[in-house]
Design a protein around this ligand. Structure first.
Ligand code: NAP
Ligand code: MG
Length: 503
């Protein structure tokens, strides 16, 4: 198999262009051209505002640490203008758009995302550092799948909630993180629009590009003005948005720390709000499991997307009798993981999203070692520019170790052993989080027994990190409140007779 490297050419003009050679052994023969601007305004009321250098910030390509594009930092007045545009659309055109018409718009978005999937995938990998294989095969197809799924519901809301006369909430303030930029946007915008709401969405500071490209797509499909507004910016922009007096709902995905700050700040307002926050998932491996397959599962659970995954299986709990063998197999498998250029199709682990996140991961590993852990890192070389961290495991940790209790959000796995099933359950549940866990065993009865006792919104069995638009996703404890996906995802964007839309 001949494996050619991606050829990349960036023209430093106002319109940067990248030509990607997809002529890998199993890739299509065609050449895809990816275009994005060097400067972006805000997307308000159907068009981009003028870019102002004095009110801007840059986004870095974490693969090389270089500036990729600049975008506008929305101030209080910009956020107000965006909310007003969303309100006007809600009271006007969008408010009188039927479920069938909304469904058509959502189908168009979904189909257009599929058509432009390669372009979106390349941009996502350049802006955020994730391997092209993941953005191409997982993020972008899934984003389209969420729009398809909610397109199907837009004209059937009355059937989803019989006898409840579902009504939209109004203007939704949505804030998303940097680990799955377009996918998190889809999780937020698709159900909101399906239910008849309008939105103002703030992407994460380090990854605004696919949200801005998405606005161009909305213009192309002719979505009415003001239905979707994108305000780029940092934490302050997010604060202006959640503090705005004319929003009807907050949907936040991000860290538990920021989620708590927002919850406190809106405590006195009767505002429907959903929070998708951090996690510290356990991957429970029993001694009856197929060990080679389980090791592949562990690799996917923790090293997918550089470990920047809220539901990552970042704690391996392995049954004592097979622990030595599993750790040995895992170390051997880790030596074959390729850390490198996100745009190279062979890359398993791309760049860490930002310098700050790289430093956070480094700090946690050092702290783990100080607290007594033994560290094993892949020995392969890392690229010399950009932000990279090798796949790492920490053994010799205890339940109270900081690295076992806190979310690292990087390619770092802690390993603990257990003797009995109940000990595994006890350890899995003993963190402040409750987002996702996995069970790996040959016995169906064990899956049901353990699954019922794990305090988490998601439990995978003999697989990990699998997402589907029909499934609800969300957490317990400090992992959040509310659900996205499936019918629960509609519930979060509707007023229903019995409880006013709160979930
Ligand atoms: P973050 O720092 O909490 O930021 C999330 C978003 O909130 C960003 O857009 C951020 O803007 C904005 N923000 C920051 N401070 C704010 C404030 N005071 N008021 C309003 N908005 C504010 O999280 P992150 O580092 O981007 O993302 C990683 C976290 O997200 C992890 O903890 C991960 O577990 C969690 N996550 C959870 C889920 C889930 O479904 N449960 C899914 C994905 C990620 P800036 O980008 O400018 O800081
Ligand atoms: Mg970036």
């Amino acid at each position: 198999m001949s494996e050619k490297k991606v050829s990349e050419q960036i023209t430093r003009s106002n319109q940067a262009s990248i030509s990607i050679d997809w002529s890998y052994a199993d890739a299509p023969e065609s050449t895809s051209h990816v275009r994005f601007n060097k400067h972006y305004g805000l997307f308000i009321d159907g068009s981009f505002t003028e870019y102002n250098e004095n009110q801007s910030f840059e986004s870095i390509n974490p693969a090389n640490g270089e500036s990729l594009y600049r975008c506008t930092e929305a101030n209080k007045s910009d956020v107000d203008t965006a909310v007003k545009a969303a309100r006007k659309a809600f009271k006007g055109t969008w408010g009188s758009t039927s479920g069938t018409q909304r469904s058509h718009y959502l189908y168009r978005i979904a189909r257009m995302l599929q058509e432009r999937a390669r372009e979106f995938a390349v941009l996502e990998s350049m802006d955020g550092g994730k391997p092209i294989r993941e953005s191409r095969d997982i993020d972008i197809p899934l984003a389209a799948a969420y729009f398809f799924y909610y397109a199907g519901w837009a004209d059937k809301l009355a059937y989803a909630f019989p006898g409840k006369s579902p009504q939209p909430l109004g203007v939704c303030a949505q804030i998303i993180p940097w680990n799955f930029p377009l996918l998190m946007l889809a999780w937020k915008i698709a159900p909101a629009l399906a239910c008849g709401n309008t939105v103002v969405l703030k992407p994460a500071e380090t990854t605004s590009l696919t949200a801005l490209k998405f606005c161009e797509l909305l213009q192309d499909i002719g979505l009415p003005d003001g239905v979707v507004n994108i305000v780029t910016g940092a934490a302050k922009t997010g604060e202006y948005l959640v503090q705005h007096s004319d929003i009807d709902k907050i949907a936040f995905t991000g860290s538990t720390g920021v989620g708590k700050v927002i919850q406190q700040s809106i405590a006195e307002r009767q505002l429907p709000a959903t929070f998708e926050l951090g996690g510290k998932g356990a991957f429970i491996l029993f001694d009856d499991a197929a060990l080679n397959e389980a090791v592949e599962g562990i690799v996917n659970a923790i090293f997918f997307n550089q470990g920047h995954v809220c539901c990552a299986g970042s704690r391996l709990l392995v049954q004592e009798g097979v622990a030595e063998k599993v750790i040995d197999l895992l170390k051997k498998r880790m030596q074959h993981l390729i850390v490198g250029d996100p745009l190279d199709k062979n890359t398993d682990i791309g760049a860490v999203n930002s310098k700050e996140q790289l430093e956070t991961i480094q700090r946690y590993v050092e702290l783990g070692i100080q607290e007594g852990a033994t560290c094993f890192e892949c020995s392969g070389s890392l690229p010399t520019t950009g932000y990279y961290f090798p796949p790492t495991i920490l053994t010799g940790v205890s339940q109270s170790s900081t690295v076992v209790q806190e979310e690292i959000f990087g390619p770092v796995l802690t390993i603990q052993t257990f003797r009995t099933t109940d000990e595994a359950i006890e350890k899995a549940n003993n963190t402040p989080y409750g987002l996702a866990n996995g069970i790996w065993t040959d016995k169906g009865s064990k899956i049901f027994y353990v699954g019922n006792k794990l305090k988490s919104g998601v439990v995978w069995s003999n697989t990990y990190n699998k997402f589907d638009p029909t499934s609800p996703f969300g957490g317990f404890k400090e992992s959040g409140k509310g659900r996205e996906g499936g019918i629960s995802g509609l519930h979060a964007y509707l007023k229903l007779d019995h409880n006013g839309g709160m979930y």
